[in-house]
Every structure is written in C-alpha cells, then in structure tokens.
Write a protein that binds this ligand. Structure first.
Ligand SMILES: NC(=O)c1ccc[n+]([C@@H]2O[C@H](COP(=O)([O-])OP(=O)(O)OC[C@H]3O[C@@H](n4cnc5c(N)ncnc54)[C@H](O)[C@@H]3O)[C@@H](O)[C@H]2O)c1
Ligand SMILES: [Zn+2]
Length: 360
C-alpha cells in the first residue's frame, strides 16, 4: 500500500492506495475515532459489486451500516437527488458525527461530497473512489458539487474528506472506455509536472490497460501525488491549481459543441494535442515532445483526430468559459514534457489555426 498526504493545515488528510483496501476500511475508521452509525452512498451496480462486501466487513468491525442508493448517471448530480438524500439521512437519524462514505466514480463522489458538506452544515466525508478518474482526480482536492441547469459543477463547495481509500482492485471491473477516460487525466498530470512518470507511462501502457496491479498502483500513486502537490499550494483554485486544466480549455468546448457525444477524456486528449500545437507555434515546445504526447494518447486508446465540429462555436464557447481575459484566451501550455505554465496571451486566431490544421 502507498500513502499520499494532503497537507492543508487543520483539514489535512491521507490517501491510501493499494489492492484489497476496502476490507481495511473499518480499521481506519476506528483509528479516526468513528463508532456506531455510518452511511454508504453508492449506486445499485456498485452496491452489488463492492458495497455488500464492504458492509459485511464494517458489520464485523461493529459499525451500524446504512446504504443509500442513487441511480446511475451524471443527471443524478442534482439538487433534487441531494434533496432526496437529505430526507433519507434524516429518516435514519444521521447526526453531525455520522460519516458518509462515497463509494463510486466521480458522480457519486461529487454528489455524496456535496451532501456531506451541506447536511447539518457538514458531516465527515470518506472518499472511496472506484473509477480511475475518481482515484486520480475527482476524489482529491475537496471540490464537491452538483449540476444545475446550465451550471455544470457550479453549485458546490470546497469540502475536504477525512480520508481517501483508493482500492485499485475495483479498477478490474471498470470498462475499458472508463480506463481510457481516466488515462487522459493521468497523461495530463505527467505532461504538466513529471517527465519521468511520462516515460513510465510510455513504457507501461499495455500493463496499465490490462490492469496489472503494480502498474496501476504506480499510476494512481504518481498521479494523485501530482494533484495533491498542486492542490496543497492552491487549495481554492486562485492560481497554480489551474495548470491541472491542461487540455481542458479546448476540451470543455469540444464536449459542449459535440453535445457531450465526445466524452470528457477524449475531449481532453484532443485539447491536450491542440494546446501542444499552440505551445509549438508560440515557440515553447519542440516537435519531438508533441509527437511523444500524441503517440502516448493514441496508445491509451484515446482519440487524436479532431471530429468535424463548428470552429466558430468552439472558439465562442472558449471565450465564454471562465478562463477568458478580454480578447485573449487563458491557456495552459507546455515548455517541455513535465513543465507547464499558464498564459493569458493566446489569440483566438491561433487557436482557430491549430484547430483547422492538425499538421501544424
Ligand atoms: N470534484 C472534482 O474535482 C472532479 C474532477 C474531475 C471530474 N469530476 C466529476 O466526475 C464525474 C465523472 O466521474 P467518472 O468518470 O468516475 O464517472 P462516473 O462516476 O459516472 O462512473 C463511470 C461509470 O463507471 C461505473 N463504475 C464506477 N466504478 C466502477 C467499477 N469499479 N467497476 C465497474 N463500473 C464502475 C459507474 O457506475 C458509471 O457507470 C463528472 O461528474 C465530473 O464532473 C469531478
Ligand atoms: Zn478533466
């Protein structure tokens, strides 16, 4: 098992990464001083796969376990579902000291985290991420939220969990497409902060895709460490934290303009490649580095070719994104693999040029 510490003063916490960790949950909860009642929030599929086993071990450890179910899907990240969960928490007499265990991917993590942050002005939260994306990204850093109308992830809070338990065994049942989705964030993290880890990914991509334990543990550990280091320096997202948005300015526009037919991971992959071309055009990045990035993205089963989308709409969407400053766009660019920086100096015409010509 590997451990990553998120140092945030009074709200510091640990992340545990390894195989077979779900069974140790009770032990760690007791160490944190929890006794009695606890609530697991998960979805019906994950309940069958992992929730029932988790409940059994927690029962044996003397906890009184209540499981609350949320149906599948991003649309459950809503105030309505949060409202239903508040009712259920009240019905089962959950108190201010009753911990909520969020067992699932980013949807469950964000929703259960939002509920934990707001029920009784905040109850203890334990993140138990079961997707690669959740283990390397959404369970770390304390952003919890629901969607509301056009506002995606915009009704929320910064609310740190007390513990994150990432059991990499759960990734064995994850569909290949979801592994690819998470790998987009993994590759992003290596590209912005850690050249050596990028080389590890190049060498081990097949082992990762076939879910080799050692490779997965290293991937989750290294990527989590990168996010933790960035968040520890900028918890509230005023500066450095936005380097985690590499590939996301164009990525978010691709998702929106494609009506979310292109998934987040694929959109971020295309966004990273376009941002690498911008970095190259502006004289920061050499061609070899951009070629390596493209090759790794391709090996990770992520798209490398821009679909046909309305260019004007893409640029307009980027200009409406929060990362905009007057007529220039805010971008994360690369100086080399492992070294990113933020600039407000990217012109919309250069973005249009690299989107139109993938050979640039
Ligand atoms: N809070 C943050 O900082 C942050 C960061 C990135 C993304 N997010 C949010 O995360 C969400 C996406 O998360 P996601 O990609 O994990 O998607 P998800 O939670 O929808 O999970 C994807 C699918 O995999 C299934 N699944 C989960 N674990 C499984 C397992 N072990 N085996 C088999 N199937 C499993 C889920 O039931 C679901 O159908 C979005 O809502 C996004 O906004 C939040
Ligand atoms: Zn992302």
């Amino acid at each position: 098992m590997r451990k990553v510490n998120l140092e945030l003063g009074a709200s510091s916490y640990e992340m545990h990464i390894g195989s077979g960790l779900l069974a140790k949950t009770g032990h760690w909860l007791k160490k944190h001083g929890f006794v009695g009642k606890l609530v697991i929030i998960t979805n019906p599929t994950l309940k069958k796969r992992y929730g029932e086993g988790l409940k059994q071990t927690l029962d044996r450890d003397g906890f009184q376990v209540i499981t609350l179910l949320v149906p599948e899907g991003e649309e459950q990240k809503s105030l309505e579902t949060a409202g239903r969960l508040y009712h259920k928490l009240t019905d089962c007499h959950a108190e201010r000291t009753t911990p909520i265990l969020a067992l699932g991917g980013g949807v469950i993590g964000d929703l259960a985290g939002f509920v934990a942050a707001s029920y009784m002005r905040g109850v203890p939260l334990i993140q138990m991420p079961t997707t690669l994306l959740a283990q390397v990204d959404s369970s770390i850093g304390g952003k919890v939220a629901v969607d509301h109308g056009q506002l995606k992830n915009k009704i929320g809070a910064f609310y740190q969990p007390q513990l994150v338990i990432a059991d990499i065994n759960t990734l064995k049942t994850l569909p290949a497409a979801e592994i690819a989705n998470g790998l987009a964030e993994v590759i992003k993290s290596a590209a912005i902060r850690n050249k050596k880890f990028f080389a590890f990914l190049e060498e081990n991509i097949e082992q990762i895709k076939t879910r080799d334990n050692e490779a997965l543990e290293e991937v989750v550990f290294q990527t989590a460490k990168i996010k933790v280091e960035v968040v520890a320096q900028d918890e509230r997202d005023f500066g450095l934290r936005s380097i985690l948005n590499y590939g996301h300015t164009i990525g978010h526009a691709i998702e929106a303009v494609s009506d979310f037919k292109i998934e987040h991971g694929g959109a971020v992959a295309l966004g990273m490649l376009a941002a690498a071309r911008i970095s190259k055009k502006m004289g920061f990045l050499d061609k070899g580095a951009a070629t390596r990035l493209k090759a790794l993205i391709q090996k990770a089963s992520l798209p490398t070719k821009m679909p046909k989308l309305n260019q004007k709409k893409l640029i307009q969407t980027m200009q409406h994104d929060k990362k905009v400053r007057q007529d220039k766009l805010r971008f994360v660019l690369l100086r080399e693999i492992g070294d990113a920086f933020i600039t407000d100096e990217v012109s919309p015409s250069l973005v249009a040029e690299v989107l139109a010509n993938e050979e640039t």
